[in-house]
Design a protein. Structure first.
Length: 349
């Protein structure tokens, strides 16, 4: 059994552009401090407002009865209890001051920002989530038998039986609470052309790409099939040309094929070992390296448009839509720092 499936603390969300993000689910013991902090903030607002009214002399000036103070206290407490979370989660990207301090936020179950309707549903059901209530007599025997001490057993029970630790309000509103740290996941691209795997064997094992370069190459590999052939060559040359020059590849090596090989090496092959010259694929003739391949054109040259269209050099991302708009300029990464910062493709995402 996959240990990650047993206790799934990661929610994977795929955007309409077929870009995957992983969110770490916020558990009950991370959400509880945020709830208590918001409770303290609401109490401070109520107490501060009542003290301001009492000290300002408004009651005396308007000849209001002293009993108006408890009424104002209860009205303000009621208003904050019902609309405090609704206001902040709607206009502050799913966060309240308590959630902001503990670095968590509310999102829709599909990863979109929470809407006003969803914030209303989840906040209005908080009263049910913190049930059942205990009697005030537990605190002091002289207190009246009022059930006003929340236990939150309903919320904890719902979180215990749902994969994303959703309380009753989250289930009704279609929301989830996540740690405020979005992690990009490279797209799952598959290549049919055997030259991609063969060419990846010539990339030096010591080469480490930066995060920005890895993301640019991954986005290119995922979107390349949606581009015309000439546009594909134009975009891939921006990054591939300086890299091929640094690694000693021949100038006639296809930049599109080279970026696909970089993607295959970085994201498909999990553990890269030192590649022996004899282990190179038998499907490829010649060498793409400038020193070894002088006079041997082989299979690595840049083909013309007609040959490229029939070369089976294709990549398909899982779940990609057939109707996609023209790709944006995704290869704007800095060329000067292509290999400075290693890109980690494993571990906790």
């Amino acid at each position: 059994m996959n240990p990650r499936a047993a206790i799934d603390l990661i929610a994977t969300v795929t955007t309409p552009e077929n870009i995957q993000f992983e969110y770490r689910i916020a558990g009950p013991f991370r959400r509880l401090p945020a709830f208590l902090l918001d409770l303290v903030i609401r109490g401070m607002i109520v107490i501060g407002f009542v003290m301001l009214v009492a000290c300002s002399g408004v009651i005396t000036t308007l000849a209001l009865p002293n009993s108006i103070v408890p009424v104002v206290f209860l009205m303000l407490a009621f208003f904050l209890d019902w609309f405090y979370g609704l206001f902040f989660e709607t206009y502050w990207n799913g966060k309240t001051p308590g959630k902001w301090f503990t670095r968590i936020q509310v999102l829709s179950a599909d990863g979109r920002p929470v809407s006003a309707y969803q914030a209303t549903i989840r906040n209005f059901l908080r009263t049910a989530d913190i049930a059942p209530y205990l009697s005030l007599e537990l605190l002091n025997s002289e207190f009246p038998p009022m059930y006003g001490i929340p236990t939150g057993l309903v919320a904890f029970s719902c979180m215990a039986v749902t994969k994303r630790f959703q309380r009753l309000g989250d289930l009704a509103a279609g929301t989830m609470v996540v740690v405020d740290q979005r992690v990009w996941v490279p797209p799952n691209v598959q290549f049919e052309d055997p030259r991609v795997e063969a060419l990846s064997q010539f990339i030096p094992a010591s080469f480490r790409m930066s995060r920005s370069l890895g993301r640019a190459i991954a986005l290119y590999a995922e979107r390349r099939n949606r581009m015309p052939t000439q546009r594909r060559i134009e975009l891939s040359s921006i990054i591939a040309t300086p890299l091929m020059h640094r690694m000693g590849f021949r100038e006639d090596t296809s930049p599109d094929l080279f970026l696909c090989a970089l993607y295959y090496r970085e994201f498909v092959i999990k553990e890269i070992s030192d590649i022996e010259p004899n282990a190179r694929s038998s499907r490829a003739t010649g060498s793409p390296l400038a020193v070894e391949g002088q006079g041997a054109m082989g299979d690595w040259v840049t083909l013309d448009a007609s040959k490229l269209d029939s070369s089976k050099l294709s990549a398909s991302a899982l779940g990609a839509s057939a109707m996609v708009a023209a790709p944006p300029p995704i290869l704007s990464a800095s060329i000067e720092n292509l290999g400075d910062e290693p890109l980690s493709t494993g571990g906790n995402r």
